[in-house]
Design a protein around this ligand. Structure first.
Ligand SMILES: Cc1ncc(COP(=O)(O)O)c(C=O)c1O
Length: 363
């Protein structure tokens, strides 16, 4: 950005000149890197996913010249089956980031502001600016929990990440129901990017509430961040709005490889469950080890933890870990600038983190 001059910027739309884009976690090229900064899964996807991609590849001379199914029907069917909903309740997009973008456009451009917590997924303010959505930011309490009563005021929509990111703390379904019941005329979006690591999914409430949209991704619990497939579950009148936005933007967001691979993933429930259990077990072990080292770790229902150490500045700690090839996420933001967000790796990877802290940095 800094190399673009004001004179060159005269070609840009005025609105684009004002944008403050989302900054993704870095994907560095460092040898012997331990990458615990973007909440990717340390395990590979189901072997059936790899087979499905190879099958498309084997057929590529025939099929790649053709557009994929604009409706990604096979993928919607597979998601509907796995989530126990009717296929009319499913929307798919190029990563849940794209699904969220369509959600902001479809539901949140209103007279009243949307409500979301002060500490949450940092894409929400970006989309709000991008689509001209008004916002009212509500502080989490001192324990970094959502205060449900704050979400009982006039609004143009609500978005809650559950479990929240980067705090990792989950909200129970009864609290979510309270929010839904208090807001019958607003769309309530629950972003469940990390739900499979121990939180309760609000998909169970979709039949009951005509104002609920649940958004999920294959990037974390299905080890498919590189594939870019996300989805939303809601009643058909809300799905129709998302389809209208999608078909006004990009009719073919999911390519042939992504459709085949994601279908294979949703069909392999056994692998999915076993892998998530492994991540959860590694998380509990890591939390115990870090607590022993003096860290305060927030209660996590995600594939990452949010931890602070009173004896050492978090930015310095992140920098010292980085010098040793271990990358974690540090946010230089009010209230959370003494925390590190650490993605759960394999037991071996987590042990490297603990050993580096114990024997090297904190010794
Ligand atoms: C809370 C939350 N929602 C959505 C996403 C987007 O995931 P994706 O676009 O990979 O599906 C992320 C990614 O980190 C996230 O943390």
């Amino acid at each position: 950005m800094s190399t673009i001059t004001t004179e060159q910027m005269r070609f840009w739309s005025p609105e684009v000149r004002e944008l403050e884009p989302y900054v993704p976690g870095e994907q560095p090229k460092i040898q012997n890197l331990l990458k615990l900064n973007t909440n990717e899964n340390p395990y590979p996807p189901s072997p059936k996913v790899v087979e499905a991609v190879q099958a498309v590849l084997a057929n590529s001379a025939d099929v790649l010249r053709l557009y994929p199914d604009p409706d990604a029907s096979a993928l919607k069917q597979a998601i509907a089956k796995q989530q126990h909903v009717d296929v009319s309740h499913v929307f798919v997009g190029n990563g849940s980031d794209e699904v969220l973008a369509h959600i902001f456009k479809a539901f949140f451009v209103q007279e009243l502001p949307i409500l979301y917590p002060d500490i949450t997924y940092s894409f929400y303010p970006v989309y709000s600016q991008f689509f001209g959505v008004k916002t009212k930011v509500l502080p989490l309490n001192d324990d970094f929990e959502i205060v449900v009563d704050d979400y009982k005021q006039p609004n143009g929509g609500i978005i809650i990440t559950n479990p929240n990111a980067p705090t990792s703390i989950a909200l129970g379904l009864s609290a979510i129901e309270e929010v839904l019941q208090a807001n019958p005329d607003s769309v309530v979006v629950i972003d469940e990017a990390y739900v499979d690591f121990g939180a309760e999914s609000a998909v169970a409430l979709v039949e009951k509430y005509d104002n609920l949209v649940v958004c999920q991704t294959t990037s974390k619990s299905r080890s498919l961040a590189g594939l870019r497939v996300g989805f939303a579950i809601a009643q058909p009148h809300l799905i129709a709005a998302l389809e209208a936005v999608k078909n006004s933007f990009n009719s073919y967001p999911i390519d042939r490889f992504a459709i085949a691979a994601a279908v294979a993933s949703f069909e392999d429930q056994e692998y999915f469950e076993a892998q998530n259990e492994k991540v959860i077990a590694s998380r509990e072990k890591l939390v115990a080890q870090l607590t022993e080292l003096g860290f305060k770790v927030l209660p996590s229902s995600a594939n990452f933890i949010f931890a602070s150490l009173s004896s050492k500045d978090a930015a310095e700690l992140a920098a010292e870990l980085r010098e040793r090839g271990i990358i974690v996420r540090y946010f230089n933001k009010p209230r959370i600038n003494q925390f590190l967000r650490i993605t759960i790796g394999t037991d071996e990877q987590n042990q490297r983190l603990v050993d580096t802290l114990k024997n090297d940095i904190l010794a």
